[in-house]
Design a protein around this ligand. Structure first.
Ligand SMILES: Nc1ncnc2c1ncn2[C@@H]1O[C@H](COP(=O)(O)OP(=O)(O)OP(=O)(O)O)[C@@H](O)[C@H]1O
Length: 263
């Protein structure tokens, strides 16, 4: 097993409940901690997996501070209740300002980050190179492919400097080649030493497991209305975290089957 210590708590879900005309989410409790490995300090990559209609989008909105739960709360850092704007949110359709060039959008994001004052352009150029977008900075979003839009969205959130990046279905709509690239890119973001915590909400079990260190399964329990965290899988313990080309390993395939059995 990869040696590591789970250190300070960065996000906590405390008894989150959401009810409309019926309970949608109930008793949601989990805690995300930073991880320290020898020579590396990094955020966690957590996936929330569940079948269609179970309540993933609702939980995504609550986590991002865009929707208040009926009861309970999400707190970040020193027990501060999360509010809209605390998290870098990447929606499924990679929403971008269509009337601005990629560079103009990125500059706007960089200017929101005080740590980048005076080095905005230089940082954009560095990320653009890393994310293979150098030749696309002067294009408009409609001139980009789905994968390129996704990379611009991720760059935007990284430039803003949010500690948390919340991604809604980051693998949907990408072709097989782009899927592998997206997995690689998110792994790269999580391993950068900027201590980002990535939270991925998805029904794509295979790709979520491939980049996460922890998986939470959202599902129903017999006789109880409303979805809750049915199971937590620690992928570090199973030696499945932070590994490239893991998808054909027996223990990876067994974990996928186990998750499918829980949904
Ligand atoms: N405004 C609302 N009023 C009442 N019920 C709602 C409202 N919004 C969502 N729901 C219900 O909450 C449940 C969970 O919806 P949610 O969109 O979170 O599912 P999901 O897991 O994201 O599904 P999918 O993977 O298909 O997108 C659904 O049964 C849905 O009908």
């Amino acid at each position: 097993m990869t040696e590591c210590i789970k250190a300070e708590v960065v996000l906590q879900a405390n008894n989150v409940q959401l009810t409309y005309d019926r309970p949608i989410l109930r008793d949601i409790n989990f805690c995300i901690k930073n991880i320290i490995r020898p020579g590396v300090e990094q955020g966690q990559v957590v996936s929330l997996i569940g079948r269609s209609g179970i309540g993933k989008t609702q939980l995504f909105k609550i986590l991002s501070g865009l929707q208040a739960p009926t009861a309970g709360q999400i707190t970040i850092h020193d027990n501060k209740p999360v509010k809209a704007g605390d998290m870098g949110v990447i929606f499924q359709n990679y929403y971008l300002f269509e009337w601005r060039t990629v560079y103009q959008s990125l500059l706007l994001a960089a200017k929101k980050n005080k740590k980048l004052a005076g080095k905005e352009k230089q940082t954009i150029d560095q990320y653009a190179e890393q994310f293979q977008l150098t030749g696309h900075l002067n294009l408009y979003p409609q001139q980009l492919s789905g994968g390129q839009r996704q990379r611009v969205s991720i760059m935007q959130q990284l430039l803003k400097g949010s500690d948390f990046i919340l991604l809604d279905e980051p693998f949907s709509g990408l072709d097989v080649c782009m899927l592998d690239k997206a997995v690689e890119l998110l792994l790269q973001v999580s391993l950068s030493d900027e201590l980002k915590t990535l939270i991925i909400v998805s029904h794509d079990i295979e790709n979520s497991v491939a980049i996460s260190d922890t998986v939470y399964i959202l599902g129903n329990e017999p006789g109880k209305e409303g979805a809750t965290i049915k199971k937590e899988i620690d992928l570090i313990e199973r030696d499945l975290a932070w590994q490239k080309n893991i998808k054909h390993e027996k223990r990876f395939l067994e974990t996928i089957e186990e998750i499918k059995g829980c949904l």
